[in-house]
Design a protein around this ligand. Sequence first.
Ligand code: ADP
Ligand code: 5GP
Length: 212
Amino acid sequence: MENDKGLIVVLSGFSGAGKGTIMKHLLQSHPNEYHLSISATTRKKRPGEQEGREYFFKSKEEFQKMIDNDELLEYATFNDRSYGTPKSYVEKLINEGKDVILEIEVQGALQVKEQFPEALLLFVTPPSAQILKERLVGRGTEAHDVIAQRMAISSKESYLMNNYDYLIINDVLEDSVNKVHNIIQCEHARTVRNNDSIKKMQEELKEYSKGE
Ligand code: ADP
Ligand code: 5GP
């Protein structure tokens, strides 16, 4: 039944906008409430990353096999690296009524919306381009030329922001975390997601009105 299902929440945004930081705080402040989908990728493991925690690290051949076997909900290839969302985990969670969050880029997000029109798409942006650049520099994970590349990619991505349901302007972190939580909770309250509760009330009231 539609309203017993969990939500698929897609969180995208410019590199350095604060997606990872928001997700970390959301999962900390609402433990057990949200589940993060772990993607498969052909990119190399970074220092500190663990197999099955940040990603499932795959060879190009293994990744292709996942595509051929229809094991991915969506995937995208850029900078000669592929990223994809394993389908079975997401389907299992939503069928159990659990909310699952996919932190993925725009191409993948649009594929999810096509397959699951009821998916909730959130886009994270900093308040300005200047702040985006400062956050990328401040994070200290990318070289100067890579930062310029990321800013150019962000410029292209900015034309797809209108395809998302909600915009999270990540200024004060705590406000952004609360906003993401509140949007998801509001989404659960939509009448289209609560057909069973509506039907139940209608049937109970019918019984009561018979007795009056
Ligand atoms: P993304 O996952 O979108 O690439 P990160 O979560 O890594 O971005 O954030 C990029 C940098 O910006 C990090 O150094 C992080 O600490 C910082 N940051 C994130 N959100 C905020 C915020 N609301 N205010 C100030 N700095 C932030
Ligand atoms: P990184 O290499 O920095 O971990 O991630 C690079 C980009 O890949 C980020 O924008 C991230 O959101 C995106 N990404 C991570 N997993 C997936 C996925 O499964 N599918 C898609 N389409 N993008 C992903």
